[in-house]
Design a protein. Structure first.
Length: 365
């Protein structure tokens, strides 16, 4: 069956990164005792060593006019699923055998999600400490708004915003991620103790960023974005969004490994909302398990996103917590390990309840 996720009425659907070998999307997903029984019988495998098991695989291959999709039981492809099934090592010291939360601190006057609530340095530091106390395994600190249509800022201003907050969070023993696309900011944050670089350009936006991360020993989150923050919402198009984004990220992972960054130091983020209309976002959520085929940790950032507001009819980003929880549960059900969120305390409760159904069968690593 050939499938696409182009915008209705558009003929602009295309592969974002070209052809390649088949990609595998885990489906027939199971948790708890059902997963344990199916794995024990040889009818399923655990997804990336986590609590979710998969019993079927959707194979996606480039085809004329779209992407060819076929479905088969795990037993028919068992020799080709190592990347999907292999347990993941810790990412920047974070145990990936259970879901983790990445709390967001925007040290900006104009972010879509909080409108400058933490632009003041002291308030930003207090928020970082609060998110960690609420249960964030990582605190992600950024000084540049990347909302659609955002204007770029200078490197000097970005450094002056984020580094004092990074230093304070690191001093408090928090695992810090710096959200930046500039190598100078990456270097300053790593020197200040940041363990992770979270780059919306996947180390393509600055010619020095790949070498900077490779030489530093820091971990990195590679995010997909079609275009730039200034242009990404201008008629983005895909043959099948989930497949195209996977292909692009898989190629970026390969480039990073070739540059000397071990796969264990890499996580991938399909970039929900970054150059993707609602149809594309929902396809990526539905096929979130596909990104485990990179062999890396998977990060999703659905928190307060505009697609939730459009679907649910909620204008204020701060009122989108119920939709954020619903989308996060979809990602959890597909084995996503790291969830970038604003409301850590609420999402910690949701994750705890989700994890409780796996208690009867224990950890699977």
């Amino acid at each position: 069956m050939t499938i696409t996720s182009s915008d209705p009425g558009s003929d602009r659907g295309r592969l974002h990164s070209g052809a390649g070998s088949p990609a595998f999307n885990p489906t027939g997903l199971l948790t708890g005792s059902a997963a344990e029984r199916a794995v024990g019988a040889g009818d399923a495998q655990y997804l990336a060593g986590g609590p979710v098991a998969f019993s079927f695989v959707e194979t996606l291959s480039p085809a004329s006019g779209g992407v060819e999709s076929s479905l088969a039981p795990v037993s028919a492809l068992s020799g080709r699923l190592a990347a999907l099934a292999a347990p993941r090592p810790a990412f920047a010291g974070i145990d990936l055998s259970r879901p983790g939360l990445m709390g967001v601190v925007n040290v900006t006057p104009d972010s879509f999600s909080d409108g400058g609530d933490f632009f003041d340095r002291n308030r930003a530091i207090d928020q970082a400490l609060r998110l960690a106390a609420d249960g964030a395994a990582i605190v992600d600190i950024g000084g540049e708004s990347t909302r659609p249509g955002a204007d770029p800022m200078t490197v000097t201003d970005e450094i002056s915003r984020v580094i004092p907050v990074v230093e304070a969070a690191v001093a408090a023993g928090i695992a810090v991620s710096v959200d930046t696309r500039r190598s100078e900011v990456m270097t300053a944050a790593i020197e200040a103790g940041a363990a992770i670089v979270n780059d919306i350009t996947a180390l393509t936006g600055d010619s020095a960023s790949l070498e900077t991360v490779a030489a530093s020993g820091a971990s990195v989150v590679l995010m997909h974005m079609q275009g730039t923050p200034e242009t990404m919402q201008r008629a983005p198009a895909y043959a099948l969004a989930s497949h195209d984004v996977f292909r692009w990220l898989d190629a970026r992972v390969a480039a990073c490994v070739a540059a000397g960054i071990p796969r264990a130091r890499i996580a991938v983020d399909p970039g929900i909302g970054f150059g993707k209309p609602d149809l594309h976002n929902m396809d990526i959520l539905d096929r979130a398990g596909l990104f485990h085929s990179t062999g890396c940790a998977v990060v999703f950032g659905v928190s307060r996103k505009s697609f939730i507001g459009r679907i649910a009819g909620v204008d204020d980003p701060k009122d989108r917590l119920p939709g954020t929880i619903a989308a996060t549960i979809m990602a959890l059900d597909r084995g996503v390990q790291i969830h970038r969120v604003h409301d850590v305390a609420a999402l910690r409760q949701a994750v705890s309840v989700w994890m409780a159904r796996n208690a009867e069968s224990g950890e699977n690593s």
